[in-house]
Design a protein around this ligand. Structure first.
Ligand code: AQP
Length: 333
């Protein structure tokens, strides 16, 4: 909360081409907050380097992610859109918060366990302290709500614990944020293994539908999606493949799971998969068109990066200076 205004904060890593998981779990929901909240949406490039990145690709995807924010309806006049590494306060506060975060807490983070298993040759300290940088992102802006997919809920809960611990020692420093998980799209699963989250860094491109995939590719990927035994379009725990597809179809069409079951009663998986592919391609087409226009305007994106960083820095500096004063750091202006 800044003054009377409540704050919403979220971010996306430019660590790969963004997926419909990122879109449905996060991006698509961001614009809802612009009316009611002061909103900050960040391209979190510093998080992305916890895993090795090719510099030119990281740079390209940083521009693309910003363009996608705008294509998903985030008006830069109403939202602060910026790039994390351009606001130095994020890393400064992260160091301080490291000293208020316990080793045991970080060891329990599911994403750390998953990512260290996946990148066994590079289990760096940044991968371990990733949630502390995320807490810094959120707390710098005195955030009230954090719209995220369910996979990030544990990190926001840790952020709350860090804020509460800090506030107990130094009262009234941070707003304690609440994660907001949209019911629909809370966790979109891989098309190749529906027990696994759909992730932009998945090496199997057929497991993932990217926001920018063309129509034919989208339809082909859904046609190949792993489904369960049987032929009934019905959501159930023992049918993770078809349940995931129904969830995606529901997100893109607004139909409930019951309506979908009725619509596809007596129809085989093949026809249903085609319908999911078409609905997804139809819904993404206007986003893709807007994205292309935004991306073509490189100067416009760079101007936004500069303006967004200036706006964000104003708020970030206020919080960091408050924290440093409370800690006893000398402040001479
Ligand atoms: N499969 C998903 N379903 C629903 N929401 C998802 N999100 C990610 N995947 C899904 C949400 O997207 C936002 C941005 O995610 P991120 O870029 O910060 O990192 P992530 O959660 O680690 O996403 P990825 O795609 O899995 O990236 P990589 O492969 O680089 O680790 C978050 O709000 C997240 O919840």
């Amino acid at each position: 909360m800044f003054g009377e205004q409540k704050v919403s904060y979220s971010g996306v890593q430019p660590s790969g081409n963004l997926t419909i998981g990122n879109y449905l779990g996060a991006l698509r929901n961001f614009s809802e907050y612009s009316q009611q909240y002061k909103t900050f949406y960040c391209v979190v490039d510093q998080h992305a380097i916890t895993v090795r990145q090719v510099p030119a690709e990281l740079r390209r995807r940083t521009y693309e992610t910003l363009a996608l924010y705008m294509a998903c309806g985030l008006d830069p006049e109403k939202n602060t859109l910026y790039v994390q590494s351009m606001v130095r306060e994020h890393a400064s506060l992260a160091w301080i918060l490291n000293c208020f975060t316990m080793f045991g807490e970080l060891s329990r983070m599911t994403q750390f366990k998953d990512k260290s298993a996946k990148h066994a040759d590079n289990i760096n300290a940044g991968l371990f302290t990733y949630p502390v940088l995320m807490a810094s992102d959120i707390l710098l802006y005195q955030t009230d709500v954090v719209p995220v997919g369910i996979d990030q809920k544990q990190h926001v809960e840790l952020c709350r614990d860090i804020a509460e611990r800090f506030n107990q020692i130094y009262p009234d420093t941070f707003t304690v944020p609440t994660p907001v998980i949209s019911k629909q799209g809370m966790k979109i699963m891989s098309l190749a293994d529906p027990t696994k989250k759909m992730s932009k860094s998945d090496e199997n491109v057929n497991a993932v539908v990217y926001i920018l995939d063309d129509r034919d590719t989208i339809i082909r990927k859904f046609k190949r999606a792993v489904t369960d035994s049987g032929s009934e379009v019905r959501a159930a725990d023992d049918k993770p493949g078809i349940t995931n597809l129904m969830n995606i179809y529901s997100c893109f069409t607004g139909k409930s799971l019951e309506e979908i079951e009725r619509e596809f009663a007596g129809v085989g998986y093949g026809e249903f998969k085609l319908a999911v592919g078409e609905a997804t391609a139809d819904a993404l087409a206007p986003v893709q068109e807007e994205f292309r226009q935004r991306l073509a305007d490189k100067a416009g994106l760079e101007a936004q990066m500069k303006r967004g960083a200036e706006e964000a820095s104003y708020y970030a500096r206020r919080t960091l200076s408050k924290v440093e004063k409370k800690l006893g750091f000398v402040q001479i202006r």
